[in-house]
Ligand binder design. Structure first.
Ligand SMILES: [Zn+2]
Length: 394
């Protein structure tokens, strides 16, 4: 996604959680199941697939890679719909994977993002959204939701929303009555910048014609912001909904909203170039955006609120209290862990995914004097549960 327009928009100084929406521990526990290892692996594999320009072999390879991933997660061909389309001289396919709801099987929450790229591998635009959707599909696979969920990977976005517009005209409107959609949540370019702290997200607010859906979309974007504040460490701002795959849905009268990076955002120098690479983005930010997405899709699809086993919940609290300090660090890195944790493993990788060190002796101090200055990812594992944080070494 690239937004070309300079806009004037009233920025809301502080976004507050409306009282109607309450914190649900089960939603947080599932949000915490997002795995940094999985996100990094998806981003690396996506990048290795090359320039996924619509109509090329690389684009087809990326489509097949997605199908392989869903199959590995336990989805079957019965859950898949391959939507082939031709438009403006391009031919490609969208991948749609459907999870059926318990109460409203014929009403859909759509979570979508494009997998095609242009000029470069598009690891941020939009390997980031693609990786989060895969993690969502993994975490929610066996969780009952009242509404059905469609995980959709569009192609042809970079040539002018070709895949999503054909999906709306041929599939959404291809039946009588048309497909019943509760909300469309799009994830596009949520990778952040390696050089920034990346503590904030944009949520996209529908301000366009037709205006009949704008009030409902305003409610949806507020609920989305609430989920970010409730289930992720990120702060929130709003931007106008434009220039990505929810636009054809919006024009069809559907309720739409979306995710977009705040840092980078309007001024990302890498997007749509050969340098849209993992090394220039922030995979921890992708994880944090993913926490919001696991929260928000559970909210919109009304996921079961039955809490996980108490033991899992207590592990998740122990993981949340883990701190690596000081940060930035030099010579010695300290690990702060709940006193009740006697056994843990600490590992560090660099931003290229190379393994740097492993500590299994339960030491709370790590000697980092041999490491080159730079950005690393530290992962603490407690009873097979993991938390990853960014560590800067000076
Ligand atoms: Zn994009």
């Amino acid at each position: 996604m690239i937004k070309r327009t300079i806009f004037s928009f009233i920025l809301i100084a502080s976004v507050q959680i409306s009282k109607a929406q309450t914190f649900i521990q089960a939603y947080q526990d599932r949000a915490n199941q997002i795995s940094q290892t999985n996100i990094n692996t998806y981003l690396q594999e996506f990048e290795a697939l090359g320039v996924k320009r619509t109509g090329t072999t690389q684009n087809t390879n990326a489509f097949n890679w997605l199908k392989t991933k869903y199959t590995a997660l336990g989805y079957t061909t019965a859950d898949f719909f391959e939507h082939s389309w031709t438009a403006s001289g391009y031919s490609s396919k969208n991948l749609i994977v459907t999870k059926t709801g318990t109460l409203y099987p014929n009403k859909f929450v759509i979570v979508c993002g494009h997998f095609d790229s242009i000029n470069g591998p598009g690891t941020n635009d939009n390997g980031s959204g693609t990786s989060i959707i895969l993690e969502l599909a993994r975490i929610l696979k066996d969780i009952p939701t009242e509404y059905s969920i469609k995980f959709i990977h569009f192609s042809g976005e970079e040539q002018g929303l070709l895949g999503s517009s054909r999906y709306v005209s041929q599939v959404v409107n291809g039946t009588n009555p048309k497909m019943d959609i509760k909300v469309v949540v799009n994830l596009d370019q949520v990778g952040g910048l390696a050089s920034k702290a990346n503590t904030k997200l944009y949520h996209d607010k529908d301000q366009s014609n037709p205006s009949s859906n704008n009030a409902a979309a305003a409610t949806a974007v507020q609920e989305l912001a609430n989920c970010t504040l409730l289930y992720s460490p990120l702060a929130v701002d709003f931007d106008p909904a434009e220039s990505t795959d929810y636009v054809p849905f919006q024009q069809n009268g559907e309720i739409i909203t979306g995710y977009w990076e705040y840092e980078g955002g309007y001024n990302n120098p890498y997007v749509h170039t050969a340098n849209d690479l993992l090394i220039n983005m922030d995979p921890v930010y992708v994880l944090n955006v993913g926490k919001s997405a696991v929260g928000s899709i559970q909210h919109f699809a009304v996921a079961s609120t039955t809490t996980l086993a108490a033991e899992d919940s207590s592990i998740s609290k122990k993981l949340e209290s883990v701190k690596f300090y000081p940060n930035p660090a030099k010579n010695i890195l300290n690990l702060k862990i709940d006193n009740s944790v006697k056994n843990f493993t600490f590992e560090m990788i660099d931003m290229n995914g190379n393994h740097i060190l492993t500590s299994k002796d339960n030491s709370h101090q790590i000697n980092i004097s041999q490491l080159k200055p730079g950005v690393y990812l530290g992962t603490m594992t407690i009873e097979n549960n993991k938390i990853t944080k960014k560590i800067i070494i000076e």
